[in-house]
Design a protein. Structure first.
Lengths: 750, 239
């Protein structure tokens, strides 16, 4: 082949063009040194994608190393398309969470839909069949005239997620949705998917064996999504609207047939490696596969199936057209894979082969348009230890603002339940199929979703959590709290955590205050992961979530997976769906409060939503105490003592009790040892459980043995929540609370 | 009874029905690829839920023209049992094997919720485990389940007893709040004049095990594979 060169009509490559591609002068210089010449236009495009934060983690890598990534269950940690852990009985779970924030803000429906598509492909390229999704969403203010655009975004994102996941047939079983003005200019759409597979059937994305063919499968390549990875690594400005063409367009039907065809192809025994084309399309899939196999690739771009013939090599390599895959097969077995794909109505074409010289060589119309070393570009991407310092106003943020004692605690409860933040999210999740695949025992709206694992006595539990206000006030504590709450949520259904994934959503890391947030959040999360022995097996970093200098609240979304080894230990088969939920359902059950109650109002829903105060220190997180509580919950669950369980989170005890009462319309009567303000405290490490009177002694004795504070605060029954406190009582109709709660979100989104 | 579940590109409830028929009810169950032209001796044919061909045209319309549908039609015309669930029901309408049509849900959004159904016929083999008037709870998950036909046709349908399930409240009463997708006359499921072809929007296969908290759908699938004849079924059926 000839020496690589740009094509006629392509822009002249120089430092200025490199800068327009998001490369710094140093990065561009390094690239020229690496190649020993000025890169071609195609090479510049490739390098800019591989060096983007989205692909290279250049600003976060140094911090991500703090996460524990191993355990006896981990099969594949970070670095693969999805992490893989053993879940027992010869099965493994592959899961990951990924952001699609930037595209969803620009084009909510397609942005969110393709976010779901991308994460599903990450899972099934591992050979695992996706069985569940979660979605963690953050929106800005949706009220009034100024909220009109945000309501449009809520509607588009929810429709996009629903239409894609529903069509592919993967249930969305949980997630979370929050609202805060810091997301006015940058919404967050974090999609999680989990798949299962037999241990021996796991695949990895490795290109190996010189001479083996590289097959392209799925949709044709078009111009959509070019530079998506680069866009996702930039802040927004007034020009962002013009980036709409960088948002990909999804086709869930093609995804579904690609899913079935890929799994079938992988079972055929002739496939060696699989990789989807996600961010940075063909570029990242080929480079990353080659890097993992310490191999090279040779591609003939004339063979790539195109939507229109006029695409340039630069566009072909950077297109983020959806529903595309790359397979490496054994030599001579291309036909086997192609015929499986053809049966599903999909095209497969050999576009190149694996080489052994560690270089990526791309040909187009008889010319070489790129010839680059793979490994230095993928693994040798720049790594930055960005300057970090605490925000100048941190001390002021953390100044304690004494909360007002509520004159009317019931009124305060109603106002909280009437906010979109704490209101019922059914308006969202009723648009998502949550029961397809017929595994869902506990679906959306609970602390953790529970899915049975067919053919085994086990079940999986899934949850996602983060409190951005806590993270803003004290990122280390906030990071720790997010992990602790996820572990607690899993414990409420008796599940042992087996692995975690995350989406780290922050502003620009080039701002030292944001770099500090990122570092501190990760430290806090890593501390908690070690304390609970939860490995981080995959994850995603989304930086530059800021618009004209306004960054989002630091939002390190945690998604965690737990295993319930013996589902039937927890109770009678026909009652499991109720007793693994959080609702009161059996009159006469005792209501117990577990964990120590202290007054914690920093970043609380009470202060924030009722008084507009976001200040103080967030609730302290006692990792030892949390572990003891979770141990108690799991033991009580495994012993079949509990009939319901709910963790205390935003809004504190009184909101939690309302959330227990509303699902089945059954109230409680009791009393609480504390003042009216304490009803709203967000002290961590607490849960409400219910048990039949005959079981109360066992729960209390077990709590004492484990050093967990426990008190009997009342009895389930009636249609009111009646809770005495020091100096008064809350007495509210469950029906009325439920009406306020269920109407909150539909009213807000209009 | 040998059961065949037709797999169209985009079917996504095929595995769920297989699980109930094959594993829970322990029937001989096979998948039938949409390009086949024979039913391999299956006596019960299930058209499962999903988004066949993405439902990019009208729900079920492309699938209704699949090669296998000619065999399904012959099977139905000979009195054989055909059960269409959700997307499968939509296909039966598009194929003309059942009367009526589907529109987008009333509020134009996908609906994934549990609904209550009233059993209107208990003389069909499918409903042999239910009593007439019984109220069932089943999940729905669809964007196009708003059943429609002309008033005249609906009168005929009612007169000939082809309405098998209706959306009702938990007490069994018709109410617009219980008819979430806006179906005419709250119709959730209809059968052919002979009663051997049944289509419904709710998903019995997702509520056929106590473990999932609801076993109301099991009787329907049990009835579907019941050997013998339902009171209204012609002699050609069953056996």
């Amino acid at each position: 082949m000839t020496a690589p060169s740009s094509l006629a009509g392509e822009p002249v490559v120089d430092a200025r063009l490199a800068s327009e591609h998001g490369l710094t002068t140093e990065e561009y210089g390094g690239l020229c040194d690496l190649l020993g010449r000025v890169p071609t236009y195609t090479e510049l495009g490739i390098a800019s994608a591989l060096y983007s934060e989205h692909c290279s983690y250049k600003s976060s890598k140094i911090h991500l190393r703090r996460f524990p990534t191993r355990s006896r269950r981990v099969v594949h940690g970070p670095g693969e398309n999805a992490g893989v852990v053993e879940i027992g009985h010869g099965w493994v779970a592959a899961f990951k969470m990924e952001s699609h924030n930037h595209p969803s803000f620009i084009e909510p429906y397609q942005g969110a839909a393709t976010g779901v598509g991308g994460i599903l492909r990450d899972v099934f390229t591992m050979g695992a069949r996706p069985i569940a999704c979660l979605d963690s969403l953050r929106f800005g203010n949706i009220d009034g005239e100024r909220g009109a655009r945000m309501r449009h975004l809520v509607d588009g994102v929810v429709r996009g997620i629903g239409d894609y996941g529903n069509c592919v047939g993967i249930p969305t079983v949980g997630g979370e949705t929050g609202f805060h003005s810091s997301y006015n200019g940058n919404i967050l759409v974090n999609a999680f998917a989990l798949g299962v597979c037999r241990r021996e059937r796991i695949f990895t994305a490795v290109a190996s064996g010189a001479g083996n063919p590289i097959l392209y499968a799925g949709s044709r390549t078009g111009r959509d999504g070019i530079h998506g990875a680069t866009m996702a690594s930039e802040a927004f400005d007034s020009e962002s609207e013009a980036k709409r063409p960088t948002v990909q367009v999804g086709d869930p039907f093609t995804e579904k047939v690609l899913l079935e065809a890929s799994l079938e192809a992988m079972r055929s025994g002739v496939v060696l490696g699989v990789q989807d084309m996600g961010a940075a399309g063909l570029t990242s899939s080929c480079f990353e596969m080659a890097a993992r196999g310490s191999a090279g690739v040779e591609l003939d771009l004339d063979l790539v199936p195109l939507r229109e013939a006029s695409l340039t090599p630069y566009e072909i390599m950077l297109s983020e057209s959806q529903e595309r895959m790359v397979f490496v097969t054994q030599r001579g077995q291309e036909g086997t894979v192609a015929s499986i794909l053809a049966r599903w109505g999909l095209q497969a074409r050999t576009i190149g082969r694996v080489t052994e010289d560690g270089r990526a060589r791309l040909a187009f119309r008889g010319r070489t348009v790129a010839d680059m070393p793979v490994e230095p570009l993928v693994d040798g991407a720049p790594v930055y230890d960005r300057p970090a310092r605490p925000p100048a106003d941190l001390a002021r943020r953390q100044e304690d603002v004494r909360p007002e004692v509520p004159d009317d605690p019931l009124g305060a409860l109603k106002r909280l339940l009437g906010t979109p933040e704490l209101g019922d999210k059914e308006w969202i999740f009723r648009q998502y199929d949550s029961t397809v695949r017929s595994n869902t025992i506990v679906g959306p709206g609970s602390d953790a979703a529970v899915l049975r694992l067919k053919g085994t006595p086990s079940a999986l539990a899934l949850t996602s959590d983060v409190n951005p206000s806590y993270c803003w006030l004290d990122p280390r504590l906030g990071g720790r709290q997010a992990v602790a709450e996820a572990v607690r949520n899993l414990a409420t259904v008796g599940a042992e955590p087996v692995g975690m994934t995350n989406c780290l959503n922050f502003g620009s890391p080039e701002n030292p205050e944001i770099a500090w947030q990122l570092r501190e959040c990760i430290s806090g999360m890593a501390d908690a992961c070690r304390a609970f022995d939860v490995p981080v097996i995959s994850g995603n970093v989304s930086l530059y979530n800021e618009t004209e200098g306004e960054a989002v609240r630091p939002t390190p979304t945690v998604a965690m997976v737990g295993v319930i080894d013996e589902l039937m230990e927890m109770g009678v088969e026909g009652e499991l769906n109720r007793l693994l939920g959080c609702g009161f359902w059996r009159p006469g059950d005792r209501v117990l409060l577990l964990g120590r109650s202290g007054d914690e109002f920093g970043g609380s829903a009470y202060q924030r939503l009722l008084y507009g105060v976001e200040a103080g220190r967030p609730p302290s997180v006692d990792l030892g105490g949390e572990a003891a509580l979770c141990g108690l919950l799991r033991r009580a669950r495994r012993s079949g003592w509990l009939s319901a369980c709910h963790d205390l989170a935003e809004g504190g005890l009184i909101v939690a009790l309302a959330e227990c009462a509303m699902p089945w319309g059954l109230g409680m009567r009791g009393s609480f040892d504390g003042g009216p303000l304490s009803l709203f405290s967000e002290g961590q490490g607490r849960a409400i459980v219910t048990a039949s009177p005959a079981r109360v002694e066992e729960v209390l004795a077990s709590a004492e043995a484990l050093g967990v504070a426990a008190s009997d605060i009342g009895e389930v029954g009636g249609d009111r929540i009646v809770l005495g406190f020091d100096g008064g009582a809350v007495d509210g109709s469950v029906d009325e609370l439920r009406r306020i709660w269920t109407e909150a979100l539909p009213r807000a989104v209009g | 009874m040998k059961c065949g579940i037709v797999v169209f590109p985009g079917s996504n409830c095929d595995h769920d029905v297989y699980h109930v028929l094959g594993h829970v009810l322990e029937q001989e169950t096979v998948f039938l690829w949409h390009q086949k032209t024979s039913l391999d001796g299956c006596e019960l044919i299930v058209l499962p839920g999903g988004f066949s061909y993405g439902d990019y045209l009208r729900a079920g319309s492309m699938a209704a023209h699949s090669p296998i549908m000619a065999a399904v039609r012959r099977h139905a015309e000979a009195g054989g049992r055909v059960l269409g669930i959700c997307n499968g029901f939509q296909m039966l309408l598009e194929a003309g094997l059942l009367p009526g049509a589907m529109r987008r849900n009333r509020d134009l959004r996908f609906l994934s919720v549990d609904v209550h159904l009233r059993v209107e016929r208990d003389d069909l083999v499918y409903c042999s485990g239910y009593r007439r008037g019984e109220v069932l709870r089943m999940p729905i998950a669809h964007a196009e389940g708003n059943y429609v036909d002309t008033d005249e046709a609906l009168d005929d349908l009612e007169q000939s007893g082809q309405v098998v399930f209706r959306y009702v409240d938990s007490e069994g009463n018709l109410a617009s709040g219980a008819n979430l997708n806006g179906s005419k006359r709250s119709i959730a499921g209809v059968c052919s004049a002979e009663g051997n072809v049944l289509g419904l929007m709710p998903h019995p296969e997702r509520c056929a095990e106590a473990l999932l908290g609801n076993g109301d759908g099991l009787a329907l699938l049990t009835g579907a594979v019941r050997v013998g004849r339902g009171a209204e079924l012609p002699a050609a059926v069953g056996g």
